[in-house]
Design a binder for this molecule. Structure first.
Ligand code: TPP
Ligand code: MG
Length: 810
């Protein structure tokens, strides 16, 4: 049999398939599965011999994935997990060489397109953002959203990918967006392990899809274990489809179609997937395909052996019911192929996979070997005239002898050489230093780039347009400014949708979307269940498919319920795909002071640490918020906008260009000029700071108040640092915990903007207390910064530097 590459599964639904055609399709399928198995076996060996750091593979899950791939069409989407290599090969979304390139962490997007070497092995992704930042034609391609390692963490995203099909089908205005969807016919395929169905995110997503009736097909790969923990400790009745039976749709109800099939039964699997995906695609009904009796021939991962926790009987059963063994048996029994033919196929597959593995290894290592040789030569050259000749020769020799060297070995040797020769002034040393700097630049691109989209469509490139006001502008409630902004944007861009708890019928709890569902319909302004994580995932999936979602989290305190999705999935999407994927979802929420322990939150420290990869906007009022939405809706990156909870009824002027004016990100504003001290604050505390500054003026203290407006990016023009050159004193005020967001702001100004050199007294922070604020006005007064606190803090700083002029108050 000729040497072959994986070419994708054949479909059975071709009219008048002859037995020979049928045979060929089955044999080709078997070959894909065997090649996939070989990849798992060799992959594990590569880890155990130290050539790769970690391995987790899809062995034991191959046959079901052949069947799933047959049902997967152009335009469809996948959100899955680390067992899906056979599916990726069978659909042509990945190749064996790419599989090994990822195993070796090859930091080259051409060789490893899923993540450019950033993700562990078997974490898949297709690239749907072009180099210029535009979208590929998703309707013509097969699409896999980028995997994450957290089990079940991808479920909310799956919901959004499926929900996009619903919008594309049901909203006629979107029917011309044929680069993204053909009438919403696309199915979102999810895969998840049996153990991971215990996660809350699975159940939350499952319920939401049943409510929404979206074309989502979840396959549960059930191998009866989650690492070492068996099904009886994971799942009620040890059977997830049994437990979920209540979701089965019945006459006149919404719900699911639920299927159960054994993972080694090729024929039943093909039939089941055909039926299940047919219902899902045509009727837009979510389906669950519970694939049981799967195995793990090599155990969970390269980190341990399953002999430790599986009984002898279980291991014997797994050997017998290995899906490849069963498929092979069936093929021989039904005369699809002879034992000899299949043995030959297996031998060929083995050689072919080995060849792919070697090529991937060479492609990873040849550039490093070249860099290493260059480095050795340069170090030896430098050694000839160095006072530490022997030390340098030792470094070059051990570098030359390094087994399976990595870039870190090369760079580390050079850095050590430069340290040892710090007093040398030779040209050779300079050559080495220049080379190192060049390598740094290349390595920044390899290892540190693309946290954001870095495309021309970045919101940082959106044109700045000032707000305009007419002469007869009167004051209205802040929420009405937002409402007008949203209305104008919904009118302008048919891809914008907004959803969240109470966003639809009543237009959100503070009425920012009031009246807009009536005007634009419930597909664009939509109520959701109470399910923050899947609200974020819903937004993420929509944004990946070319829509512009505003996903609302009712209060900032509830953001924590969606935080895992934001942090693990959304924030690192661009980074972990080296810019190959993006999801420009705007998360809208409201926070800062109001009432009580769960309605006054301002946990910006948590947000800044967990959400790097999103723009973090903290508008001081609704006009600034509107300008930020206008900016973000014209850019292509995700963002969080935190409106001031207590600001909706404060009076503001309505700009005449309320849907057009933009507030640039990262641009701080001086709200009040002063000469004695700089106070930096954001969000709700700004009003207090402004009132305090007014009071302090009466005592002869001139306060400069700066609003950074966005915490990420932070004051890119050094407005704060420049202010310190004038005032030499700094106070940061916020209502987060002490040492949280205020510490971040201090780091940005004192270190990043070199503010330290302008200070003539220690910089200070004024934050809330360590605990959450108790209910009621007195609770607020005694736990969050009040005007009295700001005045006295500013005064104390002034007093510290001039006690005669500013004697202590009390
Ligand atoms: C949120 C989270 N918790 C724990 C883990 C560690 N972990 C990785 S795989 C795994 C078991 C998953 O079992 P299952 O869902 O049955 O999938 P299988 O590996 O058996 O296919 C665990 C606990 C993780 N990656 N993410
Ligand atoms: Mg399992």
């Amino acid at each position: 049999m000729a040497e072959t590459a994986i070419q994708g599964v054949g479909k059975f639904d071709v009219a008048e398939l002859s037995f020979d055609d049928f045979k060929n399709i089955v044999i080709n399928d078997y070959r894909i599965a065997v090649e996939s198995r070989q990849a798992s076996l060799i992959g594990r060996r590569e880890v155990l011999t130290g050539k790769a750091k970690f391995g987790i593979f899809g062995d034991g899950k191959e046959v079901a994935q052949l069947a799933m791939a047959k049902a997967f069409n152009n335009g469809d989407w996948r959100a899955g997990y680390y067992r899906d290599q056979t599916f990726m090969f069978a659909t042509g979304m990945s190749t064996l060489k790419e599989f090994f390139a990822q195993l070796y962490a090859t930091p080259d997007v051409d060789k490893e397109p899923a993540s450019a070497g950033r993700q562990m092995n078997c974490h898949y992704a297709t690239r749907f953002v072009n180099a210029d930042g535009g979208w590929i034609n998703q309707a013509e391609s097969k699409n896999s959203s980028s995997d994450i390692s957290t089990t079940g963490g991808h479920m909310p995203r799956l919901l959004g990918l499926a929900y996009a099909s619903k919008l594309y089908r049901q909203n006629p205005e979107l029917h011309d967006m044929t680069n993204f969807s053909i009438n919403g016919n696309e199915v979102a395929f999810g895969s998840i392990g049996n153990g991971s169905t215990s996660e809350g995110l699975f159940f939350e997503t499952f319920n939401a899809a049943g409510v929404l009736q979206v074309p989502m097909a979840i396959s549960v790969w059930d191998d009866a274990y989650a690492i070492s923990v068996p099904a009886n400790l994971q799942t009620t009745k040890e059977d997830i489809s049994e437990v979920l039976k209540g979701f089965q749709r019945e006459n006149g109800t919404n719900g699911y179609e639920i299927f159960k099939v054994r993972g080694w039964d090729y024929v039943a699997l093909c039939e089941t997937y055909k039926r299940a995906i047919g219902v899902c695609r045509h009727e837009h009904v979510p389906v669950l395909i519970h694939v049981t009796e799967m195995t793990q021939p090599q155990g969970h991962s390269s980190s341990g052996s399953h002999e430790r926790y599986k009984s002898k009987e279980r291991l014997e059963w797994e050997a017998e019911y290995d899906c490849l063994v069963q498929m092979r048996k069936w093929m021989v029994e039904t005369a699809i192929a002879t034992d000899e033919e299949l043995t030959e196929l297996e031998e060929t597959a083995k050689k072919y996979v080995r060849k792919c593995q070697r090529e991937a290894w060479d492609e990873m290592n040849n550039p490093i070997a070249a860099e290493l040789n260059e480095a050795v030569e340069m170090i030896e050259h430098l050694a000839q005239q160095s006072h530490v000749k022997n030390d340098l020769l030792e470094i070059s020799e051990s570098l030359r002898l390094c087994i399976d060297p990595g870039r870190k070995d090369v760079i580390s040797a050079i850095r050590k050489t430069l340290r040892l020769t710090v007093t040398d002034n030779s040209g050779e040393r300079q050559v080495l230093a220049d080379w190192l700097n060049e390598q740094y630049a290349v390595n920044v691109d390899r290892y540190n780039s693309r946290l954001f989209s870095e495309t021309p469509n970045s919101p940082l490139n959106v044109e700045v347009i000032a707000a305009k006001y007419s002469d007869d502008t009167h004051l209205i409630d802040g929420r009405e400014v937002l409402n007008a902004c949203f209305e104008a944007n919904l009118e302008r861009d048919k891809t914008i949708v907004a959803f969240g708890e109470d966003v639809g019928a009543i237009g959100d709890v503070n009425q920012g979307f009031s009246g807009l569902q009536n005007k634009f319909g419930d597909l664009r302004i939509t109520d959701t269940g109470i399910r923050e994580a899947s609200i974020i995932g819903q937004g993420m999936g929509l944004a990946m498919r070319g829509l512009r979602p505003i996903a609302e989290i009712q209060y900032m305190d509830y953001l924590l319920y969606g935080m895992n999705v934001i942090s693990d999935d959304l924030a690192c999407l661009s980074y972990r795909t080296y810019g190959g994927q993006k999801a420009p979802v705007i998360i809208r929420t409201r926070g800062h002071r109001l009432e009580g322990i769960w309605h006054s939150g301002s946990p910006l420290g948590v947000i800044l640490s967990a959400m790097r990869g999103l723009h973090i906007c903290v508008p001081r009022d609704m006009t600034q918020a509107a300008g930020m939405y206008n900016t973000l809706l014209r850019g292509d990156e995700p963002a969080l906008v935190i409106e001031c909870l207590n600001g909706y009824r404060l009076k503001e002027k309505l700009p005449t260009n309320v849907g057009e004016f933009t507030v640039p990100l990262g641009k701080a504003e001086i709200l009040r000029s002063g000469t004695d001290i700089t106070v930096v604050s954001y969000g709700s505390t700004l009003r207090i700071v402004m009132e305090a500054a007014h009071e302090l003026e009466k005592s002869g203290i001139s306060v400069e108040v700066i609003d950074p407006q966005t915490l990420f990016p932070f004051d890119t023009d050094n407005v704060c640092g420049n202010s310190l050159k004038k005032t030499n004193k700094l106070l940061v005020v916020d209502e987060d915990l002490p040492g949280a967001a205020s510490a971040y702001i201090l780091q940005k100004i004192v270190e990043g903007q070199r503010g330290y050199y302008s200070l003539d007294c220690p910089p200070k922070t004024l934050s809330a207390k360590d605990h959450r604020p108790p209910y009621g006005s007195d609770g607020d007064y005694f736990s969050k910064p009040s005007m009295d606190d700001v005045i006295e803090k500013v005064y104390s700083i002034m007093s510290e530097s001039n006690p005669t002029k500013y004697p202590p108050i009390y």
